[in-house]
Design a protein around this ligand. Structure first.
Ligand SMILES: [Zn+2]
Length: 427
């Protein structure tokens, strides 16, 4: 110990000499002057071993804070009494608060902020309810006052990227991307990429999206502003753009609309079903043998209309089991077989829009496990949709193109930046 002190002092002397300071003046001096930062760090490291030089203020000398702010999460199985206790609320106030109807709005997963005084008296408490409403409980003369108002959310832009290992959700989880954003990605690129069958290990994405915060804490994600998806080596880019009429959509950087007349996969993409596409499913038949595409998916997965159209048939038909046939514009029709059941209101003559739920995956008819049998027909003949170029929705209007290009250039530059970082990580 003595030897250690000696070494330390020698070190101090040497550094002090370098700085031209008297050894015993150092402690007072280094707090006020700013010597070379490296040397200063050295000094701090050395002085910390000298027990006599305790720079920490005495706890008893600090003034006691008048209020304490805390945040706690209400978990399932939790009780309001326990939550209030963790927040430091006194027993007397807890009893009174438990009688307030407002507190019953706290849901598992909610974060509750509270400020209490030194003796546990509640000053105020707040938590979010529903979509972006903030409930505030405040102490007022004679009791507590409850208010509900729109939460003062702030919006920032979040930028994330990831590489697919086993599923889209696996990759978005690893990158800290909210589910709501992952599902938007699947929707945005759903005209070009079949997220059930086309995804491969090594595919990657970069996404720029809005994030809404309350007091610096993320509350929920908002809209995707721009994204890139690289699928089997082919890059797709999407930029959100609202024209002068205020109607927004996703466009490629050259102004083409990403919305296609038909979805590539007529299934709702969800956390539960996302892993299935990556597996080799047991119903793999060649196109020649069976004139349709089979999607292995958990029973109950929502089946969506591939395009706008009218229901021509919804009922039972031999090998198809429960089947929906949609008639689209021109010569196109689509067939959805082996359904467990139909969505409410789906019957002959019902008009449906692209993406609308028409039924649920099942295994009715000649099926050995739950899957969707999907056919794309042209003039009544089943065709392979993968080989047919699909028309897109309207591109950006010519008169709006200059404004769109300026906007697209700035977002594309940001995507380049993230995509570049990604590549560097992979190398
Ligand atoms: Zn089939």
């Amino acid at each position: 110990m003595a030897e250690h002190h000696l070494l330390t002092r020698v070190g101090l002397v040497r550094i002090a000499a370098l700085l031209g300071l008297a050894v015993w003046g150092i402690v007072a001096a280094f707090a006020t002057i700013s010597p070379d930062p490296d040397a200063r760090e050295l000094m701090l490291a050395n002085t910390s071993t000298l027990e006599t030089l305790d720079l920490r203020p005495q706890a008893s000398l600090l003034p006691a804070p008048a209020t304490y702010a805390r945040e706690e999460t209400f978990s399932s199985g939790d009780t309001l009494a326990r939550l209030l206790q963790r927040l430091g609320v006194s027993d007397a106030d807890t009893r009174q608060l438990l009688r307030a109807r407002a507190l019953r709005l706290v849901r598992p997963g909610s974060t509750v902020d509270a400020t209490v005084d030194a003796s546990g008296g509640l000053i105020n408490l707040s938590f979010l309810v529903g979509r972006d409403a903030l409930v505030t409980v405040r102490r007022e003369a004679g009791g507590f006052k409850v208010e509900q108002a729109a939460a003062p959310l702030s919006t920032r832009v979040a930028i994330k990227s990831g590489v697919i290992q086993s599923s889209l959700f696996g990759a978005t989880d690893a990158a800290g991307v909210p589910d709501h954003v992952a599902m938007q990605l699947a929707d945005i690129f759903g005209g070009d990429i079949d997220f059930y069958r086309d995804l491969r290990k090594g595919d990657r994405f970069a996404v720029i999206y809005e994030m809404h915060d309350l007091n610096g804490r993320p509350v929920r994600s908002g809209r995707v502003l721009a994204a890139e998806f690289v699928n089997q080596g082919k890059s797709y880019r999407a930029l959100y753009y609202a024209g002068p009429d205020g109607r927004g959509g996703y466009y490629s950087p050259d102004g083409k609309n990403l919305r296609k007349a038909f979805l590539r996969a007529p299934l709702e993409f969800s956390r539960i079903s996302s892993g299935f596409g990556m597996r080799l499913h047991p119903f793999l038949n060649t196109w020649k043998q069976h004139r349709g595409i089979d999607y292995a998916a958990p029973s109950g997965t929502r089946v969506r209309a591939a395009g706008d159209g009218v229901v021509r048939f919804a009922g039972r038909e031999r090998g198809y089991g429960n089947v929906v046939i949609l008639q689209h514009w021109g010569p196109y029709s689509t067939v959805y077989g082996h359904l467990r059941g139909f969505a409410p209101g789906i019957r002959r003559g019902t008009r449906v829009t692209q993406g609308e739920v028409i039924g649920y995956v099942g295994q009715t008819g000649w099926a050995t496990g739950p899957h969707l049998h999907y056919e794309f027909r042209i003039a009544g003949v089943a065709r392979n949709p993968l080989t047919i170029a699909m028309p897109s929705a309207q591109p950006v209007a010519t008169r709006d193109l200059p404004a769109f290009r300026r906007y697209a250039a700035s977002l594309s530059a940001r995507l380049d930046l993230i995509a570049g970082t990604n590549l560097a990580l992979l190398e």
